[in-house]
Design a protein around this ligand. Structure first.
Ligand code: CP
Length: 320
């Protein structure tokens, strides 16, 4: 079946999830992102690829990195960027998501970048646009519930490729709260599609999905075992806002068993890199000595995120 994110001729129309996106499309996004990293070094940090287009950032959940880097990326592509302030918008007066969207379409939206607490909200939006004859408007999922955070997955892949080059020679560990993490789902989908031979997930049973093996990963509950010999460590934030009931004894206990310290990092390869999508809980999932240490590539992830989002938006503009 044709991937609904792709047009009949294989061009990207929406970016909702990395699940099912072919390796060629993922690689194309990373390749297109590479020259965009150089735009930041120019005196005039702009290219005209989205000139005349209006990009609406519609974030129903908090964000620092994603919202801001989407805005920078759209501006560097010369788009007009409109940030809907959801906290002061008419959604608080009972307006539905789709009525809000219809009104933004009436203002001339060409692209929506949406974050929502409900899994599936960006998919619903894309479907609504298709059903109402506005399929030329693209939707980018900036994180929906526990489901997906595709541009985070892509910028993580860009970061790994930048430091490690060849995905097919790597052992990668994803550590922590996989159960509630949309980032983990997007990362695992991309890593397996790009040919990483061994993807490990490390975490307590209460924070791993019961069918996690079906994602094509090796499961470890002992972090010391799971980190042995890995090339890439992808730490996850404890998603306290999505936890129901007591899944952990305490954050101190969690740090003792699953917090990344210099001692645990020493079990990985000597040139291992450490990623974290942010925001970080220092002293809960990661020790400051590691977060600020030589192996961490956490701030480069953020910088690469601009180029990756430029690549995605320019491909969507070309595909619609
Ligand atoms: N990684 C990430 O999604 O960060 P923000 O919540 O700050 O956007």
């Amino acid at each position: 079946m044709l991937n609904p994110q792709l047009s009949a001729d294989g061009r990207l129309k929406h970016l909702i999830t990395l699940d099912g996106l072919p390796r060629g499309v993922l690689t194309e996004i990373l390749d297109i992102a590479a020259p965009f990293t150089e735009v930041a070094a120019r005196e005039v940090k702009k290219v005209p690829l989205l000139r005349g287009k209006s990009v609406f950032n519609v974030f129903f959940e908090n964000s620092t990195r994603t919202r801001t880097t989407f805005e920078i990326a759209a501006k560097r592509l010369s788009a007009d960027v409109i940030n809907l302030n959801v906290a002061t918008s008419s959604t608080n007066k009972g307006e539905t998501l789709l009525d809000t969207v219809d009104n933004l379409c009436a203002m001339g939206a060409d692209m929506f970048v949406m974050r929502h607490a409900s899994s599936g909200a960006p998919y619903l939006l894309a479907q609504h646009l298709r059903n109402t004859g506005r399929d030329h408007i693209s939707v980018v999922n900036a994180g929906d519930g526990r489901h997906a955070h595709p541009t985070q997955g892509l910028l993580d892949m860009y970061t790994i490729r930048h430091y490690k080059q060849d995905f097919t020679r790597l052992t990668v560990a994803v550590v922590g709260d996989v159960l509630h993490s949309r980032v983990a789902r997007s990362e695992i989908a991309a890593l397996t599609t790009l040919g990483v031979p061994e993807v490990r997930v490390i975490g307590p049973k209460t924070l791993l999905p019961s069918d996690v093996e079906r994602m094509g990963v090796r499961v470890f509950h002992d972090m010391n075992e799971g980190l042995r010999g890995v090339d890439v460590i992808m730490m996850l934030r404890l998603q306290n806002e999505r936890m129901q009931g007591a899944l952990l004894p305490s954050s101190q206990e969690y740090f003792k068993f699953y917090g990344l310290t210099e001692e645990k990092l020493a079990l990985a390869t000597k040139d291992a890199i450490v990623l974290h999508p942010g925001p970080m809980n220092r002293g809960v999932e990661i020790d400051s000595a590691v977060a600020d240490g030589d192996h961490a590539v956490i701030l480069p992830q953020v910088t690469f995120g601009i180029a990756v989002r430029m690549a995605v938006m320019s491909m969507l503009a070309a595909g619609n």
